[in-house]
Design a protein around this ligand. Structure first.
Ligand code: HEC
Ligand code: HEC
Ligand code: HEC
Length: 302
């Protein structure tokens, strides 16, 4: 009996053997695939390589990387216009050689990005330009353009946000309610509390408190444009301009009316929230939000 059992088990194992091997192999394949996906996701969502810092202030005098990109672009589009205009082979080749030299130079600047500057599409373009085979020229330019956009789609906006957006953490605004100046976020929180307080107090029938909340909100809102000047050398008033200030003033009048116009206050609150807070957030949130995400999830991006 025992022998038969062992025999049966043996046969079963043998029969299953190919499936086990197959399952292991496909697990291995899936693991490799997941690892690759994970690497790509980190690249898409994570911070830029640290060595890029060497080519932007404060480490560099100016935005060196960007200036080098402009040079790369000028030789690249120069080559393209020369071809389009039917210029002499020597003109085309001068521009192309300068492009290739600049491309090689840039491929060594950020070691983490070495593989994002493949040589093959550039060498292929050189060969096609030498051959003068017009039918192949378009696709050969296209392949190099694909190299540019493959990196840009991953990194260009990140570079804008990291190196060209000043941090809101460096901005402080005089507190119109007294006390020391407030950092940007604290100012926002104070203003938001006062703003929300108005509706909350009205709902609870606390008219006196609603008016107090309004006074605080109005003062904070009027003080906000000073904060804009920390980044905008040419004054910007959109989001806090006279038309929005007028909504804020109207809200004060509706609250002060002999019979408080609660419905109107609510409508005006919606209009201010929409025209000022929301629209300004749509423009100004992405950059600080990206930086906050890189900090918050730093462990994931290691
Ligand atoms: C410059 C245009 C601008 C305007 C106008 C503006 N905000 Fe903001 N607000 C910001 C930015 C930028 C941040 C995020 C700052 C950061 O994360 O560093 C922010 C953050 C906030 C926060 C979150 C604070 C935190 O701790 O994360 C609140 C709440 C807020 N705003 C409320 C308001 C309200 C309410 C209004 C309108 C009455 C308003 N904001 C108008 C730019 C603006
Ligand atoms: C390995 C990454 C990478 C590759 C490859 C690359 N770029 Fe860039 N490029 C960038 C980054 C990052 C920026 C943003 C720099 C900044 O904002 O300061 C940029 C910015 C630019 C800009 C300025 C655009 C703007 O509005 O800010 C131009 C023009 C440009 N690149 C041209 C090219 C061309 C042409 C190619 C291909 C021949 C190319 N780049 C390949 C990373 C790359
Ligand atoms: C921490 C820096 C910072 C602060 C503070 C800031 N902005 Fe901006 N804002 C920017 C940057 C960067 C851009 C992108 C284009 C640019 O630089 O003009 C921008 C874009 C804008 C734009 C659209 C493009 C333009 O220049 O017209 C408007 C309008 C604007 N901001 C208004 C405001 C207002 C109003 C405030 C204050 C309530 C404010 N900003 C506060 C950094 C800031």
């Amino acid at each position: 009996m025992k022998r038969i059992l062992i025999l049966c088990l043996g046969i079963l194992t043998l029969a299953l053997f190919p499936f086990i091997i197959q399952a292991c192999a496909s697990n291995q394949e899936e693991l490799t695939q997941l690892k690759e996906q994970n690497k790509l996701l980190k690249e898409l969502a994570g911070p830029l390589p640290a060595s890029l810092d060497n080519f932007f202030p404060p480490k560099a005098q100016g935005p060196v990387w960007l200036l080098e990109m402009f040079a790369l672009e000028s030789y690249f589009s120069g080559t393209m216009t020369d071809v389009q205009q039917g210029d002499s082979a020597s003109k085309i080749s001068t521009n192309f050689k300068a492009f290739k030299t600049q491309y090689q130079k840039m491929s060594d600047m950020v070691p983490e990005w070495k593989n994002l500057f493949p040589m093959k599409p550039v060498d292929d373009l050189g060969a096609v330009l030498d051959s003068g085979d017009m039918a192949k020229i378009g696709p050969a330019f296209g392949a190099v353009g694909e190299v540019c956009s493959n990196c840009h789609v991953r990194n260009l906006v990140k570079a804008h946000q990291k190196y060209h957006w000043p941090s809101f953490d460096t901005v402080s605004i005089a507190n119109p309610l007294g006390g020391t100046a407030l950092g940007w976020k604290d100012y926002m929180l104070q203003m938001s509390l006062a703003f929300g307080g108005i509706g909350n107090d009205l709902k609870q029938g606390q008219l006196g408190n609603a008016r107090k909340s309004y006074q605080a909100f109005s003062a904070l809102f009027k003080g906000l444009p000073q904060g804009c000047n920390a980044c905008h050398a040419t004054p910007r008033t959109y989001f806090v301009d006279a038309s929005v200030q007028a909504l804020v003033d109207e809200m004060g009048k509706a609250l002060d009316a002999p019979v408080t116009e609660a419905k109107k206050v609510e409508e005006l609150s919606g209009a201010i929230g929409n025209e000022s807070c929301m629209k300004c957030h749509l423009v100004h949130f992405p950059a600080p939000d990206t930086k906050a995400r890189w900090e918050k999830f730093a462990d994931l991006f290691k």
